[in-house]
Design a protein around this ligand. Structure first.
Ligand code: ADP
Ligand code: ZN
Length: 225
């Protein structure tokens, strides 16, 4: 694959905008490695590493983990073989500093971000989505008690794993996460628009399949442009 055909994709959007749900579909459709900093941090928490323990306090409060830690995790992950021809970043970058260091890392390898998919959802919908969210403990697949209930109560549709609610999906933490998004992450919309790579998807009122169709369209068009 030539460099011009690389898909170096970022999924941008508020907590609850549907990044995880779409990432799963995009990974299958485009064979891109799904790199979720939230998942990697939660894995570090589960392993009980020193970094994980420090991160857990911040995550439970809805605050951001330090740029140094997250940038290091992502840089290591992008150096792995499966990310050499493309990747799908989910939950990173979340600050302007993270975006700048990602650009530097990629530029050092002669690469660049090709598409930033912004999942745009009105704030009122987000709280509802997060409060009802249930994740699979085995495979991470997101479900929702009202919008995408599992066929069997408490059980993952894909792998029958146990569904659980994330510690930070409670109302107090959610409002802090949305606040952090507005202040720290939303400026990235302009950052990537200025670089000509922002693709906005208005997701309100669309089913996950409809949102995915819009994304599919965007990435297909990029590939053949
Ligand atoms: P969501 O997008 O639903 O809020 P994530 O799973 O992406 O959830 O992230 C959960 C938490 O992990 C964040 O609230 C934050 O504490 C931490 N985190 C994830 N990615 C980053 C990042 N790029 N920079 C700093 N902290 C992060
Ligand atoms: Zn599962």
């Amino acid at each position: 694959m030539t460099r011009s055909q690389q898909r170096n994709v970022i999924l941008l959007g508020a907590p609850g905008a549907g990044k995880g749900t779409q990432a799963e579909r995009m990974r299958d459709r485009f064979s891109l490695p799904h790199i979720s900093t939230g998942d990697m941090l939660r894995a570090a928490v589960a392993r009980g590493t020193e970094m994980g323990l420090a991160a857990k306090k911040l995550m439970d409060a809805g605050a951001l983990v330090s740029d140094d830690v997250v940038v290091g995790i992502v840089r290591d992950r992008l150096a792995e073989a499966d990310a050499a021809e493309g990747f799908l970043l989910d939950g990173f970058p979340r600050t302007l500093d993270q975006a700048e260091s990602l650009d530097e890392t990629l530029a050092a390898a002669g690469r660049a971000v090709t598409d930033v998919i912004l999942l745009d959802v009105p704030e009122g919908e987000l709280v509802d989505r997060l409060a009802g969210r249930r994740l699979c403990r085995s495979c991470g697949k997101p479900h929702h008690v009202t919008y995408s209930p599992p066929a069997v109560d408490g059980q993952c549709d894909d792998c029958a794993g146990e569904l659980y609610q994330r510690d930070d999906d409670n109302e107090a933490t959610v409002s802090n996460r949305l606040d952090v998004y507005r202040r720290q992450t939303e400026p990235l919309v302009d950052y990537y628009a200025d670089r000509g790579v922002l693709r906005r998807v208005e997701s309100s009122g669309l089913t996950p399949d409809e949102v995915f169709a819009a994304i599919d369209n965007i990435l297909d068009r990029q590939a053949s442009a």
